[in-house]
Design a protein around this ligand. Structure first.
Ligand SMILES: *Cc1c(COP(=O)(O)O)cnc(C)c1O
Length: 414
């Protein structure tokens, strides 16, 4: 958040006053800082230094073309979970040869397209998927680079919806089955076994589950070596938690250095999403009404759960700050809620703030899993997105119009 300073009592994005951006682009609005995205990515880059590595930014966390383009210019790779995301990367100037393709449900056409385009690696999540990739690659007369996503069965101690490394999750295969899949893969002339992959969850704030997973994967790689199967890279996934509200979390640089110290010369792939873009975005929304019921006070804003789902979906906490405090504000403990017809439509709860109608409120650290999870529920056009760098700003996604929302729908003719 260091690129969102208060200057003369007004919240800024880098050197641009958020009040000016609101006047210029309207409300509600997502605002991103290019410097914040770049410095978060550079933290990984610098930690790896000369060690062979590939940083594959997880596209699903924020898939705006401008974000992808900024990262592509730094030389980033990408982690995609659908063919749509791969097309976004290419449209944004990213290199498909630096893309890994994850996800439990890759369709035949997705595998065909990705093979045709030429990606770095498929992260295989089941035996059926392995069989599918073999048969598609065979029919195309090409060799598919693969790694198998193992489920190291570690408890990442995060929200159950975003924990993926436990036995009961749908992701990956357990280590014993993975060994069988590797020997099957090694025998296929249509596959090239490249790596081992895991991703144990998201918003993980302790390093121990990562180290447990690393140990298990390294054991497995040694076992594979003893069977004559050579692994070239280890993909340690994403999942590093960010500081939403004085959250003690993992120091990226020391974590990566710990990893490097344990893996000899093995190439390391990381798939960070949240830790690259999370702190680089704010969502700004206008106060429409203040409503003080007998035992609850509400700030009703023009942004809602369709714009920012994380509070409703995960009970996630985002700090809420007034962009420019006015003199006639009311000091109170407020729930900040949107106009959507759901009790679950809230952006923040129980926040003591001084607010007046017409003020702007910024929800912070919403660069990840925020716009990318937005919807049109209640026929609400999605907010615009703006990128700021130094004292410059530009729209990177236009605000949707109402007509766009139903242009693909049809009424019956009789
Ligand atoms: C979502 C996801 C990531 C990114 O996780 P973050 O917590 O945002 O770093 C990485 N890899 C895979 C396979 C994912 O599904």
């Amino acid at each position: 958040m260091k690129n969102f300073p208060f200057i003369n009592g007004i919240l800024h994005a880098e050197s641009v006053a958020v009040t000016d951006l609101m006047e210029h682009y309207g409300s509600p609005l997502y605002i991103y800082s290019r410097a914040e995205i770049e410095s978060n990515w550079q933290q990984y880059k610098q930690a790896f230094s000369e060690h062979p590595h590939l940083i594959c930014y997880s596209v699903k966390s924020n898939s705006n073309l401008a974000v992808l383009n900024i990262l592509a210019k730094l030389g980033s790779g990408f982690d995609v979970v659908s063919i749509g995301e791969l097309h976004r990367v290419i449209s944004a100037g990213g290199d498909p040869a630096r893309c890994v393709f994850s996800g439990v449900g890759k369709t035949v056409s997705e595998v065909q397209e990705a093979l045709g385009i030429g990606i770095y690696c498929f992260n295989i999540e089941s035996e059926s998927e392995l069989d599918r990739v073999i048969s598609v690659a065979e029919s195309m007369g090409v060799t598919a680079p693969i790694s198998i996503r193992v489920n190291p069965d570690v408890d990442a101690k995060t929200h159950p919806y975003i924990s993926t490394g436990l036995k009961e999750n749908k992701f990956g295969v357990d280590i014993e089955s993975a060994l069988d899949l590797y020997s099957k893969a090694e025998k296929s002339s249509s596959l090239k076994v490249c790596g081992v992959d895991y991703h144990i969850g998201s918003q993980i704030t302790e390093v121990s589950p990562f180290m447990d997973a690393l140990d298990k994967a390294l054991d497995m790689i040694r076992q594979l070596a003893s069977e004559g199967i050579k692994i070239e890279h280890l993909d340690i996934g994403g999942g590093i938690g960010i500081d939403y509200d004085n959250t003690q979390t993992i120091d990226i640089s020391s974590y990566i250095k710990d990893v490097i110290n344990r893996v000899d010369g093995l190439e390391i792939i990381v798939e960070p999403g949240r830790s690259i873009v999370g702190s680089a975005g704010i969502f700004v929304t206008k106060v429409e009404y203040l409503k003080q019921n007998s035992n609850k006070s509400f700030v009703i804003v023009d942004g809602a759960m369709n714009d920012l789902l994380r509070p409703s979906l995960y009970n996630a906490h985002h700090n809420a700050i007034v962009v420019h405090e006015s003199e006639n504000g009311i000091s109170e403990t407020w729930d900040i809620v949107g106009p959507v017809c759901e009790t679950g439509d809230f952006l923040a709860k129980d926040r003591y703030m001084t607010i007046a109608e017409g003020d702007y409120i910024a929800l912070t650290s919403v660069g990840a899993y925020s716009f990318s999870m937005s919807s049109n529920y209640n026929t609400r056009p999605r907010a615009a997105e703006v990128m700021v760098w130094e004292n410059n700003h530009t729209i990177v996604r236009e605000r949707e119009t109402i007509a766009e929302l139903y242009k693909n729908e049809k009424v019956l003719n009789d």
